[in-house]
Design a protein around this ligand. Structure first.
Ligand code: GUN
Ligand code: ZN
Length: 445
C-alpha cells in the first residue's frame, strides 16, 4: 500500500464509532465490503466499497480484504520512562513507585539512555496501532524533549509534558517550582503545536500527582496553562486508597482529592486525569460539570491492585471516559488488550457495565480524541478527518484467523479482534495517510 497523491480507495471490512455508544445504541458502524477513500491525508469518504468506487472511478483501489481497517488507537495515559519496568507484578502503587518505577525514571538523567528509550517507546506505540498518545514525559527536560523528537521522527501524534514534582519521590526527580516553570516554558515554545504546522505535537502540563507536588508547584501548573493557549493538563486522581489518605493529610483544607486540583484551576475540558478508581459522588459531579476526562486504565488498576473502576457511576453521572494503557503500571502497549481488560473487569465488578465491542472501539478511539480535544481531527472515519488508521490482518495460523473463517456478524468479528488481536496482527499504521509502521508477516518473508 503506497499513499498516492491523487487519492486511493482502500477496500476492506472496516469499523468505526462516529458517535458515543453510551448514548447512542447505533454508534458502531461497519461495512463488510468497506471502502475508505483517502485524499491528501484526509478521509474523503467511508462506506460501501461499491458505492465509493462508482462515485470515484478514477481512484485506484487497494485490495485489503484479507484484513480490517480501524481508526488509529488513542492511548490517553502512558509513561514514557516506564517502558523497561513493564511486568513488575506483585506490588501496590506507592511500593511499586518506590521500588520499580522511580529508580528507572531517575535513569532518564542520562540523555543517550533517554533517547534510546524514546525511540523504543514510540516504536512500541506504532507497532501496536496507537497513532496518538497522551504521555507522561520524564522529570528531566532534555529527556522529555527526546520523547517529542522521537515522536516527530516516527510521525506519531504525541501530547506530552515534563513531569513536575517537588517532594516525596527521590531527590534527583525533584525540581524547584522556578526550575519547573522555566524548563516547561522552554519545552512549550519548542514543541507545542509543532510538526507540519498542524499540531501533531502538543504540550500537556504534567504535575505527577498531588502527593508529589506542593501548592507552589501546582501554582506553576496553573500559570503555564494561563500563559499558553491550547495546552492539555494531565495528572493522576483517586487511584489507590493509601495514596488518597496521604493526599488528605497533605492538603487538610481540601474536601477531597479533586478539590486539590480544582483550587489551582487544573480541572476542565483540557484536563485528563488517570484512574479515578475511588471517587465520591460529589467528585464525579464536578468532573462531569467541568468536562474533565478520566483515563481509565483497567490493566494497571488490576496489576497494582488499585481496585475495580466504577464505570457505570462515571457514565451515569456524565463523566467523559477514555482508555489508557498506563505503561509501565499496566501490562503493555496494546489498546485492543486494554479494551478487553475493561470488558473483563466490568464483567466481575459488583456494579459493572456490560460492554460490547462498539463500546470498546469507542473507548479506544473517539473517546480518546474527545478527551484530548481532537475529535474534529481524529477518532473515526468521518469525511474530513485525518486518515489515521490501523490495518489488522491476523497471521494465517493464528486462533483469530481460525475464528474469522466462520461467517459471523460484524459485532462478533470486532469482539474477536478485541479478544485475540495483538501487535502480531498490526500490519500497517498510518497517520494523515502516511505510513508510520509496517510489518512483514512471517508467512510473507
Ligand atoms: N501516580 C503517580 N505516579 C504514578 C505512576 O507512575 N503510575 C501510576 N499508575 N500512578 C501514579
Ligand atoms: Zn500513570
Amino acid at each position: 500500500m503506497n499513499p498516492s497523491v491523487g487519492g486511493e480507495l482502500l477496500r476492506a471490512p472496516l469499523f468505526h464509532t462516529p458517535r458515543n455508544p453510551f448514548r447512542d445504541s447505533s454508534a458502531l458502524e461497519s461495512y463488510q465490503d468497506g471502502g475508505l477513500l483517502i485524499r491528501e491525508g484526509r478521509v474523503a469518504g467511508c462506506g460501501d466499497y461499491g458505492i465509493l468506487r462508482d462515485a470515484n472511478p478514477e481512484v485506484p483501489t487497494v485490495d485489503l480484504r484479507d484484513g480490517f481497517l480501524l481508526p488509529g488507537f488513542i492511548d490517553t495515559h502512558i509513561h514514557f520512562p516506564q517502558l523497561r519496568v513493564l511486568g513488575g507484578l506483585g506490588r501496590s502503587l506507592l511500593d511499586w513507585l518506590e521500588h520499580c518505577a522511580l529508580p528507572e525514571e531517575a535513569r532518564m538523567a542520562d540523555h543517550s539512555h533517554a533517547c534510546r528509550i524514546a525511540r523504543g517507546f514510540v516504536h512500541a506505540l506504532a507497532s501496536h496501532g496507537t497513532t496518538t498518545a497522551l504521555v507522561f514525559g520524564a522529570h528531566f527536560a532534555p529527556a522529555t524533549a527526546a520523547l517529542f523528537e522521537a515522536g516527530e521522527a516516527a510521525g506519531l501524534r504525541i501530547a506530552a509534558g515534563q513531569v513536575l514534582s517537588d517532594r516525596l519521590l527521590r531527590p534527583e526527580l525533584h525540581q524547584t517550582p522556578e526550575q519547573a516553570y522555566r524548563e516547561s516554558s522552554l519545552l512549550i515554545h519548542r514543541f507545542h503545536g509543532r510538526f507540519h504546522g498542524r499540531g501533531r505535537s502538543m504540550y500537556a502540563v504534567t504535575p505527577r500527582f498531588a502527593l508529589s507536588t506542593s501548592e507552589a508547584m501546582l501554582e506553576v501548573a496553573q500559570t503555564l496553562l494561563r500563559e499558553h493557549d491550547g495546552l492539555l493538563l494531565q495528572t493522576h486522581l483517586n487511584e489507590n486508597r493509601q495514596e488518597i489518605a496521604e493526599v488528605a493529610r497533605l492538603f487538610p483544607w481540601a474536601s477531597d482529592y479533586l478539590a486539590v486540583y480544582e483550587r489551582f484551576g487544573l480541572s476542565g475540558t483540557n484536563a485528563v486525569m488517570a484512574h479515578d478508581v475511588h471517587p465520591s459522588d460529589s467528585e464525579l459531579d464536578r468532573l462531569a460539570s467541568s468536562g474533565t476526562a478520566i483515563a481509565h486504565c483497567p490493566s494497571s488498576n488490576a496489576a497494582l491492585g488499585s481496585g475495580l473502576f466504577p464505570l457505570k457511576r462515571h457514565i451515569n453521572r456524565g463523566v467523559r471516559c477514555a482508555l489508557g494503557t498506563d505503561v509501565g503500571g499496566g501490562t503493555g502497549f496494546g489498546m485492543l488488550k486494554e479494551g478487553l481488560q475493561a470488558y473483563l473487569l466490568q464483567r466481575i465488578a459488583p456494579d459493572g457495565m456490560l460492554l460490547d465491542a462498539g463500546h470498546l472501539l469507542y473507548l479506544a478511539t473517539l473517546a480518546g480524541a474527545e478527551a484530548l480535544g481532537l475529535s474534529n481531527e481524529i477518532g473515526d472515519f468521518r469525511a474530513g478527518k485525518s486518515a489515521d488508521f490501523v490495518y489488522l490482518r491476523p497471521p494465517a495460523d493464528s486462533p483469530l484467523a481460525a475464528v474469522l473463517e466462520r461467517e459471523q456478524s460484524p459485532e462478533r468479528v470486532l469482539a474477536a479482534i478485541f479478544t485475540l488481536a495483538g501487535a502480531e496482527s498490526v500490519r500497517e499504521v498510518r497517520v494523515e495517510g502516511s505510513v508510520v509502521h509496517r510489518s512483514v508477516a512471517r508467512e510473507e518473508r
